[in-house]
Design a protein around this ligand. Structure first.
Ligand code: MCN
Length: 784
C-alpha cells in the first residue's frame, strides 16, 4: 500500500495559490461594505490634550470618526492574557514578577509609541477615509521619551505607564547547580555583552480585517489575516461582550505570519465592534508603513554574560543577565524571554547556570514572538561564547563544541529546568555530536581549512561558522481534528491550526491518506475557521505538525475503526478480518469481495439502510483532541561559509548547510522549504535587518529603503542533512521544523565573519553585521 508520509507529495494548495485563486482578506468584497483608515500617533510619548474630529466627520463619504471616548463602556482594553498565568511549578521556580499594563484599543489621554492607533475613520471607501484622517486635529503635549532599555530601568527614568512604579514590566530568575562554585573553580572567565536588535516579521501580506454583522441573526463574521482565529474569537467575545457562539472568525488564505500575527490586535476587536454598531460590513487593510510602525516587532535583547571554563575548554558555569526591550505594552508576558533562558545552554552540558531576565518598557512598538521566539537570541549568545572560548584557549571551535556536547548516551537529558508549559524540560533524544560531524563532512571541514589558508595568502578572507540549536516544538495545550467521510467517499479533515504558508493542506492530507489507503487528492483539509470545530488553538511555535498532525492521525484511526465495523456489518465479516486499501474494504481472505468507502458512507447514515453496529452513533466522522505531554525537542547544526571583503565590509555567503532533526519527516520537500525560508529570514537578521528608533522615539526604518531585507540574490540554496530521531511524545514521532531555519543563521554567520577575520581578532557581538559596522571593527583592529 502506498505510504504518503515521508514522500515529496506536491503541495495541494499550490494550484489555487499559483493561479491567482487564493482568497486573502483584501480580496473580500461585500455589499454595502464600508472601509476604515486609522490615525496613528506620530509621537513616541505624549499627552493627548484634545481631539477635534468635527471637520473629518463633515467630509463627504465619511460615516463616522471614532476615538477612545466612543469605545468607553463598549469595548474593554486588553488586560488579561493567557500567558500571564504561569504553571504553578514554574511560577514557584523562577520567582516571576509580571505586572499588567492594560493596552487601550485606541489611545485615550496619552500615546506611548509611534504608530499607536488614536482614531478610526469609517467611510464609504478608503479614499474618503484617508482624506478625513488628514482633517482630524489633535493637540499633543510631548513627554520625555525612553528608547534605551538601560536608561528605562534607571530609577530617574520617566515611567511610561502611570499605574506601574517603574519600567520593569517583568522579571524572573533561573538557577541551576552552584554557579559561584563553578566560577571559583574556573581557569578562565570570559565576559561579553551580546545584542540581538529589534526586527520586524515582514510577511508578504500585511494585516487586515473584514467584519460583517447580521442583525437578523446576531451573527458576527470576521475574516482576519491572523495565525490565531480562535484567540480572536475568544477576545472578541470577552472584550466586546458578545456570545462566543455568535462569532465566526475565519483566517482565509494568509500570506505569511511568522509570529507577529499570533498576537491579537486592537483592529481585530474594534472593526468587528463597529460592524455591530453600524450594522454594515467594514474592511480595514493595513498599509506597509502602518505595518512597519504598528505590527508588533520582535527580538531586541541585550545579554551581559559570563562563562567559566577550564583550560581544556570544559564549560563549568554560565551567568547571564539580560534585558528584553519590550516596547510600550506586553501581551505575551514571559514568552520570548523565558524561551531564551530555557534554550540558552542549547546542546551543551552546562551544569551550573544562573540567568535573570528583565522585560523592560520603552516608547516603541510592542514586542512579540517572531520565528524562533527567543531562541535566535539565545543561540547568538551561546555560540558566540563557544567561538570566544576557542579564541581564548587557542582551540578549534568545533573542539570546544565536542568537549561540551550532551551526548546520545546521556539522553533523555534532564536540563533541571521547567519548560514554559510547566513540564520538566527533558531533551528526549538526538545525536548532537553526530550532527556536527555530519555538517563537517558536508562542508569538507579539513579541506576548507586548507582552502582558507591559501586564500588568506592571496589576501582573501574566507571564514566558516557554526551554530547549534535545540527547540521545544509542538507546545499545547491541545489541538483538535474532525475527520469525516462524506457521501461521495471523499475524506475531510477539519483542524484547529490554520496555515499561512506551511502547507498543512498537503502534509495533514498525507497523514489521513495513509490511514485510509487513499491518495492525498481524496482528502481535503480545512482550517482557519472557528465554526469547523469547537476548540482550536492556532499555528505558531512550530506546533502544527506535532499537534494537528497527531490529532488528525488519531482521529483518522478512530474513524477507520468505525468504517471497518460498518463494513463488517455489510459484509458479515468480523472487522478484524477486514483490510482497507485503495478506498475499498475487503476480507483479507477474499480481496475480490469488497465495499467502497462511498458505500460505507451511505451505510453510516441513520435510517433503514443503516449498518452502524449497535452501540455506535450513526455517521462517518471522528474527533480527536491531542494534548501533548510537553514539547518535543528538535535540534540542528548550521554552518555558514563566507567571504569578507575587508575593504568594503561586505559579507558574501558562499555556502550554507543545515543538519537537523525534526523527528519523523512528513514531507521532505516541505521540510526543506521550511528550512530554506527560515534561513532566508535568519540571513536577514544576521546581515541586514534592524528596526531603529531615534531618541525621540521616531521610527527611522519605516520603509524598505531603510529596513533592508535579503532578496533571492543574497540567499544561497541551503544544503541539508537530515537526522530522524522519532519523538516518543506523540504517536507519529514528529518534531516541529517551522522555525529552526531562522534560529541558527545570526550566530553561524557572525562566527564565520569572525573566523574569516581571525588575524584581526574581531569580535562580532551585535547584529546585523552590516558593512559599516564591520568596517568600523576592521578600522579599530587595524589601529591596534
Ligand atoms: N513538517 C513535516 N515534518 C515534520 C515537521 C513539520 O513535514 N517533522 C511540515 C508540517 O506538516 C508543516 C510544516 O512542515 O506543513 C511546518 O510545520 P511545523 O514545524 O509544525 O510548524 P507550524 O505548522 O506550526 O508552523 C508554524 C511555524 C512558525 S512558528 C513560523 S513563525 C513560521 C513557519 O512555521 N511562519 C511561516 N513557517 C512559515 N512558513 C511560511 N511560508 N510562512 C510563515 O509565516
Amino acid at each position: 500500500m502506498a505510504q504518503y508520509v515521508g514522500q515529496n507529495v506536491k503541495r495541494k494548495e499550490d494550484y489555487r495559490l499559483l493561479t491567482g485563486n487564493g482568497r486573502f482578506v483584501g480580496d473580500i468584497r461585500l455589499d454595502n461594505m464600508a472601509e476604515a483608515a486609522i490615525l496613528r500617533s506620530s509621537y513616541g510619548h505624549a499627552l493627548i490634550k484634545s481631539i477635534d474630529t468635527s471637520k473629518a466627520k463633515d467630509c463627504e463619504g465619511v460615516i463616522d470618526v471614532i476615538t477612545a471616548a466612543d469605545l468607553e463602556g463598549k469595548v474593554q482594553p486588553f488586560t488579561e492574557f493567557v500567558e500571564f498565568t504561569l504553571p504553578p511549578n514554574l511560577e514557584k521556580d523562577i520567582k516571576p514578577i509580571i505586572k499588567k499594563n492594560p493596552e487601550p484599543m485606541l489611545a485615550k489621554d496619552r500615546v506611548t509609541f509611534v504608530g499607536q492607533a488614536i482614531a478610526i475613520v469609517i467611510a464609504e471607501n478608503r479614499y474618503a477615509a484617508e482624506d478625513a484622517i488628514g482633517l482630524i486635529k489633535i493637540e499633543f503635549e510631548p513627554l520625555p521619551v525612553v528608547t534605551d532599555p538601560y536608561e528605562s530601568v534607571k530609577a530617574e527614568s520617566t515611567v511610561i505607564h502611570q499605574d506601574l512604579q517603574n519600567n520593569i514590566q517583568s522579571h524572573f530568575e533561573v538557577s541551576v547547580g552552584d554557579v559561584e562554585k563553578a566560577f571559583n573553580q574556573a581557569d578562565h572567565v570570559i565576559r561579553a555583552r551580546i545584542k540581538t536588535p529589534r526586527v520586524s516579521g515582514n510577511p508578504l501580506e500585511t494585516r487586515g480585517v473584514v467584519a460583517e454583522y447580521e442583525e437578523r441573526t446576531q451573527q458576527l463574521q470576521v475574516w482576519s489575516s491572523t495565525q490565531v482565529p480562535y484567540m480572536v474569537r475568544s477576545y472578541l467575545s470577552k472584550l466586546v461582550g458578545l456570545v462566543e457562539n455568535n462569532i465566526r472568525v475565519v483566517a482565509p488564505d494568509v500570506g505569511g505570519g511568522f509570529g507577529p500575527k499570533c498576537a491579537v490586535y486592537p483592529e481585530e476587536i474594534v472593526i468587528p465592534y463597529l460592524s455591530t454598531k453600524y450594522k454594515r460590513p467594514i474592511k480595514w487593510i493595513e498599509d506597509r508603513l502602518e505595518h512597519m510602525q504598528s505590527t508588533r516587532h520582535s527580538r531586541d535583547q541585550v545579554h551581559d554574560v559570563e562563562v567559566a571554563v577550564k583550560n581544556d575548554g570544559t564549560i563549568l558555569g554560565l551567568k547571564d543577565h539580560f534585558l528584553l526591550d519590550n516596547g510600550a505594552h506586553n501581551s505575551f508576558a514571559l514568552c520570548c524571554a523565558y524561551n531564551s533562558a530555557a534554550h540558552l545552554r542549547g546542546m551543551y552540558r552546562i551544569p551550573n547556570y544562573d540567568i535573570t531576565g528583565q522585560i523592560v518598557l520603552t516608547n516603541k512598538t510592542p514586542n512579540v514572538p517572531y520565528r524562533g521566539a527567543g531562541r535566535p537570541e539565545a543561540v547568538f549568545v551561546m555560540d558566540r561564547l563557544i567561538y570566544m572560548i576557542a579564541e581564548k584557549l587557542n582551540m578549534d571551535p568545533v573542539d570546544v563544541s565536542f568537549k561540551n556536547f550532551i551526548t546520545p548516551e546521556e539522553m533523555p537529558y534532564d536540563t533541571d529546568l521547567f519548560y514554559r508549559d510547566g513540564a520538566n524540560m527533558v531533551l528526549e533524544n538526538g545525536d548532537y555530536p553526530g550532527s556536527l560531524k555530519q555538517a563537517m563532512k558536508i562542508v569538507g571541514y579539513e579541506q576548507f581549512r586548507e582552502q582558507q589558508k591559501e586564500a588568506r595568502e592571496k589576501g582573501k578572507y574566507l571564514g566558516i561558522g557554526f551554530s547549534s540549536y535545540i527547540e521545544g516544538t509542538g507546545i499545547g495545550p491541545h489541538e483538535g481534528a474532525v475527520v469525516r467521510l462524506d457521501s461521495s467517499g471523499h475524506i475531510l479533515a477539519f483542524v484547529g491550526s490554520s496555515p499561512h504558508g506551511q502547507s498543512h493542506e498537503t502534509t495533514l492530507a498525507q497523514i489521513c491518506a495513509d490511514e485510509f489507503g487513499v491518495s492525498p487528492d481524496q482528502v481535503t483539509v480545512k482550517a482557519g475557521d472557528t465554526s469547523l470545530l469547537p476548540y482550536g488553538v492556532g499555528t505558531f511555535a512550530s506546533r502544527g505538525a506535532v499537534t494537528a498532525g497527531s490529532a488528525v492521525h488519531v482521529a483518522s484511526k478512530k474513524l477507520k475503526e468505525k468504517l471497518l465495523a460498518i463494513a463488517g456489518e455489510m459484509l458479515e465479516v468480523a472487522a478484524s478480518d477486514l483490510e482497507l486499501q485503495n478506498g475499498k474494504v475487503y476480507p483479507k481472505a477474499m480481496p475480490t469481495r469488497f465495499v467502497t468507502l462511498q458505500e460505507i458512507a451511505l451505510a453510516a447514515k441513520p435510517g433503514p439502510r443503516c449498518k452502524v453496529p449497535e452501540g455506535m452513533e450513526p455517521g462517518a466522522s471522528a474527533t480527536h483532541y491531542f494534548v501533548p505531554p510537553t514539547v518535543t525537542f528538535s535540534s540542528g547544526f548550521h554552518t555558514a561559509v563566507v567571504e569578507v571583503d575587508k575593504d568594503t565590509g561586505f559579507v558574501e555567503i558562499l555556502r550554507y548547510i543545515v543538519v537537523h532533526d525534526c523527528g519523523r519527516v512528513l514531507n521532505p520537500m516541505i521540510v526543506d522549504g521550511q528550512i530554506q525560508g527560515g534561513v532566508a529570514q535568519g540571513i536577514g537578521g544576521a546581515l541586514y535587518e534592524e528596526i531603529i528608533y531615534d531618541e525621540n522615539g521616531q521610527l527611522v526604518t519605516g520603509t524598505y529603503m531603510d529596513y533592508l531585507l535579503p532578496t533571492a540574490m543574497e540567499v544561497p540554496v541551503v544544503e541539508m542533512g537530515h537526522q530522524e530521531f522519532l519523538s516518543p511524545r506523540n504517536p507519529m514521532g514528529i518534531k516541529g521544523v517551522g522555525e529552526g531555519g531562522a534560529i541558527g543563521p545570526p550566530a553561524a554567520i557572525a562566527n564565520a565573519v569572525c573566523d574569516a577575520l581571525k588575524p584581526m581578532k574581531i569580535e562580532i557581538n551585535t547584529l546585523p553585521v552590516s558593512p559599516n559596522k564591520l568596517r568600523s571593527l576592521i578600522e579599530e583592529a587595524e589601529l591596534q
